[in-house]
Design a binder for this molecule. Structure first.
Ligand code: DC
Length: 223
């Protein structure tokens, strides 16, 4: 009865902090963690590497169905190769957002995502966890932050990796991705009607984690 397994759905835009927050909440609760964005990134990387057309839904859906992906110890594998860093590349990020527009791709990834729902529970991070993939989630949170703050965070992350990118161009990319993710016809990035919005613009990660845990406890999940 997978429906009986609790799910904490953490949705939100890029660089809102949702990934870090979701991972920490999963650790505290002792739940499994799903980074659903990684699946779209893997499809994009596979498409870029194999020369598939990034705008061909049928070809991409076939890629998505046959994806040889592994998630183990915080590392991401594609066809047996560690691609944890490769999927974070800006070119892959942009391609992932385009890949994610296609309904057949989203359908192809649906069961793969739902398979992560195993006891004692799951924390799932993405764009449509609370709206489409796990509409019966026990707790739904929509994590957000201003576009300026998200650009600053992304800039800091890249600087830590020795990459110097103009902050204005990051802000431009973030706005472009927000517009595409929010306006697409299928599973657009919008909070579920029953989601609690957590704005992290002025919050530390710890405070945001506590806000999500408080909701999990209020819903009867042990923490
Ligand atoms: O969360 P992320 O930045 O790693 O996601 C990469 C892309 O995948 C992003 O542009 C939106 C898309 N995505 C999606 O459409 N649905 C999800 N559940 C997760 C990500």
């Amino acid at each position: 009865m997978p429906e009986a397994v609790p799910v904490v759905a953490v949705d939100g835009p890029a660089a809102s902090g949702k990934g870090t927050i979701a991972e920490r909440v999963a650790t505290v609760l002792g739940y499994r963690y799903l980074d659903s964005g990684a699946l779209y990134r893997l499809v994009a990387l596979k498409a870029l590497r194999s020369g598939a057309d990034i705008d061909d839904p049928v070809a991409l859906a076939a890629l998505a169905r046959g994806l040889d992906a592994t998630f183990a110890g915080g590392r991401l594998g594609l066809d047996g190769e560690d691609v944890t860093e490769a999927v974070r590349d800006e070119a892959v990020s942009a391609a992932a957002s385009r890949v994610a527009v296609h309904a057949p791709v989203r359908t192809a990834l649906l069961e793969r995502q739902r398979a992560f729902r195993v006891p004692p529970g799951l924390v799932a991070d993405g764009r449509d966890m609370g709206t489409v993939v796990f509409p019966d989630a026990t707790v739904k949170v929509f994590v957000t932050a201003s576009a300026d703050e998200r650009a600053r965070r992304r800039h800091r992350q890249l600087a830590q990796r020795g990459i110097d990118v103009n902050i204005q161009s990051l802000l431009h990319d973030i706005r472009e991705r927000d517009a595409r993710d929010g306006s697409r016809a299928v599973a657009p990035l919008v909070p579920a009607a029953d989601a609690a919005v957590v704005d992290t613009t002025e919050l530390t990660i710890d405070a945001a984690v506590q806000a999500v845990l408080a909701r999990a406890r209020a819903a009867g999940l042990a923490a």
